[in-house]
Ligand binder design. Structure first.
Ligand code: PMP
Length: 361
């Protein structure tokens, strides 16, 4: 962080070295940079959301535990309300988890390249973050090393499908991690709905009381702006979250909209199949341009281009298309992450890349 001397003298050392999270958003015609949904919500579901919002008064504090929403989530996942905690986006729950189970003198295990928030929040709360890099070609976690490191970890984080690489891990690996780690295992399934054959780690909750499974409404449910995520875990762990979380963190509008979406989930999930089909088309289109594209089970793809920084700049400047440049991250040289958009948006990206990479003489 570019801190002044005076600020540096005031701030905790762990904080002084943190970089602000700034993905470099600029206004663009086509924004495929943050793995949001750009697909229209089914009209019946959109109506239900709007009606729920209109019927929500703003003069009262929210239900602190969001019990109506917890009940809707519990009914969906076939668990008890005591096994569900909701937060202001998955990000907040990751922070709460690290605050409660990480912290000074404790160890957090993650597997980069992955979602950067685990490392940032882990350090912010004073934990030592042990990073076991994934295979540089396949991005499969280095299981021997992971399981060895897990034996002394207070928190282990596994993301499946992984952001930004898009690959999943087999359920037996998740189970091996839960067995090896004496601490809490966070399985981040933020993109799980886009990997229908993956099978959720939530099926392991009965056997592994140290497991937390994170989901979000930001991706498959097109609710990133409402900021609602949730964790499924044992009641003992949910009680810990209840103690550390800020009571009114999910506001009344978000609770109302999220409950309507969860109750109308069949409509929302039907649209996921379209995103999955479009992901296959986008992957094929990028490969047809001669680019290396990793198979993805999420709502984005990772693609290597000749010069990621320059290509991202040209996409934004000349075509008003925003994608994420990840080439700053170790193991992601010249990689861009492109959210699966609507067919029109994806055609715009493919056409722009064709022009950038193979300029007409
Ligand atoms: N986990 C992963 C892997 C993510 O990519 C994201 C969002 N980028 C989140 C969790 C958190 O999402 P949100 O805070 O919007 O729920």
């Amino acid at each position: 962080m570019g801190l002044s001397e005076r600020a540096r003298a005031l701030v905790r050392p762990e904080v002084a070295d943190l970089e602000p999270y700034d993905p470099g958003f600029v206004e663009c015609r086509v924004n495929l940079s943050a793995n949001e949904s750009t697909w229209p919500r089914p009209p019946a579901l959109e109506r239900a959301v709007r009606e729920a919002l209109a019927a929500t008064p703003l003069n009262r504090y929210p239900d602190p535990m969001a019990n109506g929403l917890r009940d809707a989530l519990a009914a969906w996942h076939g668990v008890d309300r005591s096994q569900v905690v909701v937060g202001n986006g998955g990000d907040e729950l990751i922070f709460d988890l690290l605050l409660a189970f990480g912290g000074a003198g404790r160890t957090v295990l993650d597997m980069p390249p992955t979602f950067s928030v685990y490392d940032i929040y882990g350090r912010l709360v004073g934990s030592t973050v042990v990073a076991v890099p994934r295979d540089p070609e396949t991005f499969e976690p280095a299981w021997d090393e992971v399981l060895a490191a897990a034996r002394t970890a207070d928190v282990a984080v596994l993301t499946t499908p992984n952001n930004p690489t898009g690959n999943t891990v087999a359920p037996d690996r998740v189970e091996a991690l839960c067995e090896a780690c004496p601490g809490v295992v966070l399985v981040d399934e933020a993109y799980g709905e886009f990997a229908p054959s993956m099978g959720s780690a939530a099926a392991l909750l009965d056997r592994h009381p140290n497991l937390c499974v994170l989901h979000t409404l930001s991706k498959a449910f097109a609710m990133a702006g409402a900021r609602v995520g949730y964790i499924l875990a044992s009641p003992e762990l949910v009680d810990v979250f209840a103690a550390v979380r800020q009571p009114y963190t999910v506001n009344v509008l978000s609770q109302a909209a999220a409950t309507a979406v969860v109750e109308g989930r069949d409509l929302a999930l039907a649209a996921v199949a379209d995103v999955v089909a479009e992901r296959t088309r986008l992957t094929g289109g990028l490969r047809a341009l001669g680019l290396r594209v990793w198979d993805s089970e999420a709502n984005f793809v990772l693609v290597r281009v000749p010069d990621a920084h320059a290509v991202r700049q040209r996409l934004a400047r000349d075509f008003s298309i925003l994608v994420r440049d990840l080439s700053f991250a170790p193991g992601l040289r010249d990689c861009l992450r492109v959210t699966v958009g609507t067919p029109e948006e994806d055609d715009a990206v493919l056409d722009a890349l064709r022009r950038i990479l193979r300029p007409v003489p």
